[in-house]
Design a binder for this molecule. Sequence first.
Ligand code: G
Ligand code: G
Ligand code: MN
Ligand code: NA
Length: 254
Amino acid sequence: LMLENALRHALEREELELDYQPQWAMPGQRLIGVEALVRWNHPERGRISPAEFIPLAEETGLIQSIGDWVLHEACRQQAAWQAAGLPPLTIAVNISALQFRRADFAGHVRQVFADSGVSPSHFELEITESALMQPSVETEAQFASLRKLGLGLALDDFGTGYSSLSYLKRLPLTRLKIDRSFVRDLPGDPEDAAIATATLSIARDLGLEVVAEGVETEAQRDFLLERQCAVMQGYLFSRPLPATAITELLASQA
Ligand code: G
Ligand code: G
Ligand code: MN
Ligand code: NA
C-alpha cells in the first residue's frame, strides 16, 4: 500500500525516467532505433524495476497515466533529437494490455502526437501477445487506426503468449520481436534454434521485420546473422542507456 501511494505521487514528483536500449541494423551494426524503458527513481528505495511497478500500476489503474507520461516523454525526446539535427531514430514504446483496451485508444494516441507536434512515423508500439487474447473486431479496428497514423506495430515477446498464427494474418503488424527466452540458449539448444529459425522464416515470408532481443553473446549473434536476422537488441551491444548516452551514440554515427 505504501508503494502504491508512492507510485501515485511519482508522476507529479517527476520520479519517472525513460532509458533507451539501442536496436541495431545488422550486419553493419548501425543504430536505427531504441526501445523506451521506464524507470522509477524512488526517493528512499532508489531505482525500482518496471517488472515490479508496472504490474502494480496495472492493478491500481495508474497504468493509464503512467502510459500517457511515457508516450509524452518519448515524443519530447524525439523532438529534441530531431531539433538537434541527429539522424532519425525509431522509438519503440511498450503498451500495456490495459492501455490497449481503453476505449478509443487509437484516438487518444493520435491526440498525444498532435499535441507534441512530432510525426508518428518514427515510432513503434510494442504490444505483448497477452494483450491480444481473443482479438475482437475492435482490436482489429484499433490496429488499423494506429497503423493509419503511421505507427509501427510490433508484437513483443513473440511465441511466449497465447497467440495463434492467425493474428499474423489478421492484424497489420510491422514487426515481430523474438523473445529473449528463445535467444538465451542459442545456438546449442535445438528447440530454441528451431523456433528462432522458424520465426525468422515466417516473418520474411509475411513481409514482417524481426528484432531479436536479449542477444548477449557473439555465438547468439552469429547464429541469428546466418539466418538473416536484420535487427538485434541486447547486452552484447548495449544495455538500456539514458537519453544523453543515445545522443552521443547518434552524434558519433552521423
Ligand atoms: O527494462 P526492464 O527489463 O527492467 O523491463 C522489465 C519489463 O517492464 C519489460 O517486460 C518491459 O516490457 C516492461 N516495461 C518497461 N517499460 C515499460 C513501459 O513504459 N510501459 C509498459 N507497459 N511496460 C514497460
Ligand atoms: O518484455 P520486454 O521485451 O519489453 O523487456 C525488455 C527488457 O529486457 C528490458 O527490461 C531490458 O532491460 C531487458 N533486456 C534487454 N536486453 C537484454 C539482454 O541482453 N539480456 C537480458 N537478460 N535482458 C535484456
Ligand atoms: Mn518490449
Ligand atoms: Na520482449
